[in-house]
Design a protein around this ligand. Sequence first.
Ligand SMILES: [Fe+2]
Length: 164
Amino acid sequence: MAMEAQARKRSFTEILKSLLMPHFSEREEILKILNENYSKEIAIAKLMEEYSEIIPFDFLREKLKKVASEERGHAEKLKQKIIELGGSVNPLPKIFDVRMETIHDQRGFRRLVAVLEFDKEIYEGYISQINKLEDDKVKNLLREIVEDEERHKDILMDVVMKLC
Ligand SMILES: [Fe+2]
C-alpha cells in the first residue's frame, strides 16, 4: 500500500515536472546532482588536507589524509559517471568558496568540527538522493560512496576523540 502511494506520488511529481519544466529531464537532474556532489567532495577533500597539516600527531594526520584521498576518489568516480552520461564536469567553486571561508574562519579544533558537520551534510545528501533518484546505475554508485562515508564517519570520530 505504502509503495503504491509512493508510486502515485512519484508519477504525479513527474506530470507536474513535465508541465512546469518540460526540458528538465531526469538526466539533467542527475547531471546537476552529480556535479554538486563532485564539487562538495573536492571541497571537503581540500579542507581535510589543510586540517591534517596542523595535526601534531603523525598517525592521526595520516588517518585524515587517507580519508581526504578517498574523498578525492569519490570525486573521480562522480566525474567518470558525469562523462559517461554525456555531461561535463562543471564545478561550483563560488558556492563552496563561501562555505569554505566560513569554515576557515573557525579556529583550531572548531574548524575540524565544522568539517565534520559538512561531511555529515554530504552523507545525508547522498541518502536522500538514493531515495529520490530512479536510475539504478547512479543509485549503485551513490550507495558505493555511502559505504565509504559510513566508514569515514567512524575514522573521523576517532580522530576527533583523540584530539580533544
Ligand atoms: Fe566522499
